[in-house]
Write a protein that binds this ligand. Sequence first.
Ligand SMILES: Nc1ncnc2c1ncn2[C@@H]1O[C@H](COP(=O)(O)OP(=O)(O)OP(=O)(O)O)[C@@H](O)[C@H]1O
Ligand SMILES: [Mg+2]
Length: 466
Amino acid sequence: MSPSEPLDSLQFGWEEWIGLPKLGVPAIKAKVDTGARTSALHAFDIETFGPASRPKVRFTLHPIPGRDDLVIPCSATIIDRRDVTSSNGESESRFVIETLMSVNGDRWPIEITLTNRHGMASRMLLGRQALKDHISIVATDRFLQPELSYDVYSTSKMRSEAPDRALRIAVLSREDNYSTRRLVEEGEKRGHTVEVVNTTRCYMAINAMAPEVHYDGKRLPRFDAVIPRIGASITPYGAAILRQFETIGTYCVNGSAGIVASRDKLHAHQIMARAKIGMPNTAFAASPRDTGNIIALVGTAPLIVKLLESTQGKGVVLAETKKAAESVIDAFRGLKANFLVQDFVKEAAGEDIRCLVIGGKVVASMKRTGAEGDFRSNLHRGGSAKSVRITKEERDTALRAARAFNLNMAGVDLLRAEKGPKVLEVNSSPGFEGIEGSTGKNIVGKLYDTIEARVRPAPIRKRKAN
Ligand SMILES: Nc1ncnc2c1ncn2[C@@H]1O[C@H](COP(=O)(O)OP(=O)(O)OP(=O)(O)O)[C@@H](O)[C@H]1O
Ligand SMILES: [Mg+2]
């Protein structure tokens, strides 16, 4: 029913159950306060964000008195700021938002001021503006409208019925590249505020009571989610910043532990081996005396010798013969470089497959083919990419690999070997340009889908309300 249609008369007592559907509040008790014009809501952590031209406010609600474990995170556009004098005579400047109020199957827009004054005994006061003309007040009675129950907060329904709200998201990145730009663009399209935070310019006080992250002389706000895009060269520092966010309790799309483990090629191979994920035979040694043995461990030539710090295919060498492998290894040793030796998966023929995993699903996959005559398929080396259909086995392998590192988002690179998929690498900051370009899919949108689902309020355990 539209708000302008005439309604039958409603009777309100001095206290009624109502809902605030646009805030994700299915049931709350409100006291009628005809002495006030605008309604008031007892809100916590009130904080503004978003562009100055269209500022928003974020706050949390504890709709059940005495149950602070029930937290409903809300956001709304600010429509005004007003000085409100409360019943004890104190004046306070409050943000005003507009939202819907629902009663007995009917709903209409109301204005609400936000306050976290502890003096406010009730979670909500209904002012004259909310009490439309057709409502008559029976001041001696209460609950004249259908009674609701707090039990709804213990059901999963509350998560599924939570409305979309504007989130405040940080992208930890130092680069202004396609991926960073897409994260900002797609997030803003969905009404979120996305801030790019340069990881190396973050600093922090490490203490037990009040862990926080600082940036540009200020403490960073509470973010709903952090999307780490930490470059390989700053992994340790980036991971430390991310751990700080984890300590605060901020949802991080990928955790610091998974990022660090995936970046360390040896550690990554050990984790994958333990999870029984197929990968090329790999060996590693630290002492020059073992050159012959290390080759024997992997098998016979041709072999791949890979610098551990390699990216973009730069430190990946194919040694066609045992002799060639020995000289490459000796050369790397002379440079004090760390490397590993790997079985050459010949049948992959200069092609690898990038599976993009987001939220436990392979959302896209592409085949990368190396430039003519190159066994390396890196796009940076002139390779080309196109969308590819993967087998169930490849899908399962990619998912298991992402799960082994506890990564919510991962680019899993695998080779199509005779004996099934062999994982080369799990990338915790996969680029979006190649995969969105070759598959035509909105991958960043899928990432936001999982973030939005993840930051919804959680149902609480049922217990007698006070
Ligand atoms: N064992 C192997 N057998 C066959 N081809 C391989 C093997 N290892 C790597 N390649 C080819 O070389 C390319 C580059 O190797 P890899 O991805 O391991 O190193 P990188 O790209 O330099 O490092 P990173 O992917 O960690 O940034 C792969 O994409 C693949 O095409
Ligand atoms: Mg690679």
